[in-house]
Design a protein around this ligand. Sequence first.
Ligand SMILES: NC(=O)c1ccc[n+]([C@@H]2O[C@H](COP(=O)([O-])OP(=O)(O)OC[C@H]3O[C@@H](n4cnc5c(N)ncnc54)[C@H](O)[C@@H]3O)[C@@H](O)[C@H]2O)c1
Length: 436
Amino acid sequence: MRLSFLGTGYVGLVSGACMAEIGHEVICADVDKEKIAKLKKGIIPIYEIGLEEVVERNVKEGRLSFTTDLKAAIQESEVVFMAVGTPEDPVTGEADLKYVFSAAEAFGKHLNGYKLFIDKSTVPVGTAEKVTRVIKEASKEKHSFEVVSNPEFLREGAAVKDFLNPDRIVVGATSDKAKKIMEQLYRPIVRSGRPLMLTDVRSAEIIKYAANAFLAMKITFINEVANFCEVAGGNVKEISKGLGYDSRIGSRFLYAGIGYGGSCFPKDVKAFIKTGHEFQSHFRLLEIVDEVNMSQRLRPFVKLCELWGENMKGKTVAVWGLAFKPRTDDVREAAALMNISEFLDAGAKVRAFDPVAMETAARTLTEKKLMYTKKAVDALKGADALVICTEWDEFRVVDYTNLKKHLKGNIIFDGRNVLERSEAEAAGFEYYGVGV
Ligand SMILES: NC(=O)c1ccc[n+]([C@@H]2O[C@H](COP(=O)([O-])OP(=O)(O)OC[C@H]3O[C@@H](n4cnc5c(N)ncnc54)[C@H](O)[C@@H]3O)[C@@H](O)[C@H]2O)c1
């Protein structure tokens, strides 16, 4: 099938490349000229395991191309995916749909025959109806079309694998024709045993928010248990294990730490709460999840304030891990960046290291008192404390003799519980974890 993506960001690029991988002819379009120019030169703008090979292979085999020409992309396709960003509105906390409506308008304007407009972005319930109105107006109703909801569940860091082996594919569609096209699109993935769930459009839109909100709640739950362990005793790692063996609970998303971040959970939880308000329905549980997570993320800063006081002039903090989670260079809503900002505001110097996210972090945080170091060990030099913010595998195996040699102080705040308290303490460190 010939298809295009409006929006070649994280989701558009991964989904487009994977759709080409399963045999479709895909045009990835974007309004960002720089991004498309890079992709045309074979430069992948994001760090995602396995993506480069998939892109390279499919471009070479003529199934994947990139363009800024939205008109051509729309007109040459049988179906059009919309994968633009739906960021949080900084004032209201709602999902900002301006990019969604602008993509819908372009689709309507250039529509040249029956096509599906497939919404892959995460959007509040009722958006498909709004988008339908925008397209009708822009197309002057010259051609028929249908809006389908097909939310994306891929995880950054495992995006290619997730897209090709999803737990489920959710499709919200109205007509049998649209449902058939969607089944045809995903046939190679379904054939390998992955379920495609057909449902109504509103349910599909809600499933995505409910899934992210549930996962955010699970993380927050274990974080609250961890905080309780700190005063009551007990080790949250043991408790997670004990809970996870229960098949009704499951072991995933039960790792305590300094909260969730990234481009999805924080904004989606807030947007779901806001959508609730719109319908006079109050997600009290999610309001608490959001609030708890905000304070959880700042635990390293709060702990060092307790130890040093709020004026950190003369102190240096080494930070390991900048990405919001391992195996990605995404630093959106990353706990590391929030803590670094607080340390800098409090007068401290920061030396930071991340295996892949230094460039993206440096685009957000550029301050004289913040130094990005080439190696993890360099971040330690002359620092009074080490704060671990991302659970990269390479931080799990620590040579304490080396740590001792370079770190001036003896404080470790392990925000992801990657180290063992007993080993750190035996090496002479003052160790703080999260509920361990
Ligand atoms: N990142 C994830 O892990 C993930 C996972 C599942 C779902 N989602 C959802 O998918 C959507 C996209 O997220 P993302 O992380 O890929 O965003 P992104 O910011 O990485 O990419 C969005 C892209 O859309 C482009 N764009 C904006 N307006 C456009 C237009 N009118 N026409 C064409 N292109 C346009 C932007 O230039 C940008 O390249 C969001 O709703 C997000 O919540 C993201």
